[in-house]
Ligand binder design. Structure first.
Ligand SMILES: C=C(O[C@@H]1C=C(C(=O)O)C=C[C@H]1O)C(=O)O
Length: 274
């Protein structure tokens, strides 16, 4: 286990090795997991703001734009190639990262970092990425982009991928939430898991007051991060123009992010005793 306190100021080579280790799984608490989710809200709001710089750019989603890519749209072709490259350099060694196209990813070619093994092995592979991909492209994108085509298809697709990865990371964080909730009340969860009772699990893991706070906070973040900053003092009013409609961000969380996170939690828990 990594030691964070040393009685002397002399650090040996083996201690330096030890210090590089990530915190052990025992450090996992619901408070820390929630703090991570709060920080990820910033990433999601900023990613949406960056994507909203471009209009919808329909050709980026139309496979006929790329005749040599076997019927794949530019966004899919780019995502697949970026994932291959990032896999090579170790992105998916971090259990927080879940690939959209996991088939045929190369093995990482770097010396591995010792990420703590938090997840129960049978639950680790839970993925909601198909649902996230479809939700983002079909439901969300048209809600926060303006109509139009400015030809910036590669930049548009790259911005989409940043949004998709941020959403995926947040939603799959549900695995950490589920693990920590299970550890806090193993008896309650074990009964529901053994009975394969999804509704009971959903009830056990749901904290409505927390969800309400999350939705109110992301609305506010979209207002704060998405306003035009000027040197004059000003307050929010009906005339304020935001880079991404704060109501859309709140709706994203309400209709998709929170429900998908909870689905990940349930799927994780259902395999927790395998
Ligand atoms: C993530 C948690 O679990 C559930 C999902 C939430 C979310 O996705 O924001 C919030 C509260 C819970 O209903 C949590 O308890 O923090």
């Amino acid at each position: 286990m990594a030691s964070t306190e040393h009685s002397t100021t002399t650090t040996t080579a083996s201690e330096m090795e030890e210090e590089k280790e990530a915190p052990p799984p025992q450090d996992l608490t619901l408070g820390r997991v929630r703090d991570a989710l709060i920080r990820q809200e910033d990433s999601i709001v900023f990613a949406l703001i960056e994507r909203a710089r471009f209009p919808y750019n329909a050709p980026a989603y139309d496979p006929s734009l790329l005749p040599q890519h076997g019927g794949r749209s530019l966004v899919e072709a780019l995502a697949r190639e970026v994932e291959v490259l990032q896999a090579k350099f170790g992105r998916y060694q971090n259990p927080e990262e879940v690939s959209f196209f996991p088939d045929d990813l190369p093995a990482p070619s770097l010396i591995p970092y010792n990420f703590p093994e938090v997840f129960h092995p049978a639950s680790a592979s839970v993925t909601a990425n198909n649902a996230i991909w479809n939700m983002y492209l079909n439901d969300l994108l048209p809600l926060f982009t303006v109509e139009g085509d400015d030809g910036n298809y590669a930049s548009t697709a790259a911005a989409d991928l940043v949004c998709l990865q941020a959403l995926s990371r947040r939603i799959h964080y549900g695995k950490y939430v589920a693990e920590v909730k299970f550890r806090e009340a193993p008896q309650d969860y074990t009964t529901a898991i053994r009975a394969k009772d999804r509704d009971a699990l959903m009830k056990l893991l749901t904290f409505e007051a927390v969800e309400e706070m999350v939705k109110r906070r992301v609305l506010k973040k979209a207002m704060v991060f998405g306003q035009t900053v000027t040197l004059e003092d000003k307050t929010f009013d009906d005339e304020t123009k935001y880079k991404v409609d704060p109501e859309v961000v709140a709706r994203l969380y309400d209709e998709w992010v929170i429900p998908l996170t909870k689905d990940v939690e349930v799927e994780y828990l259902l395999r927790r005793l395998d």
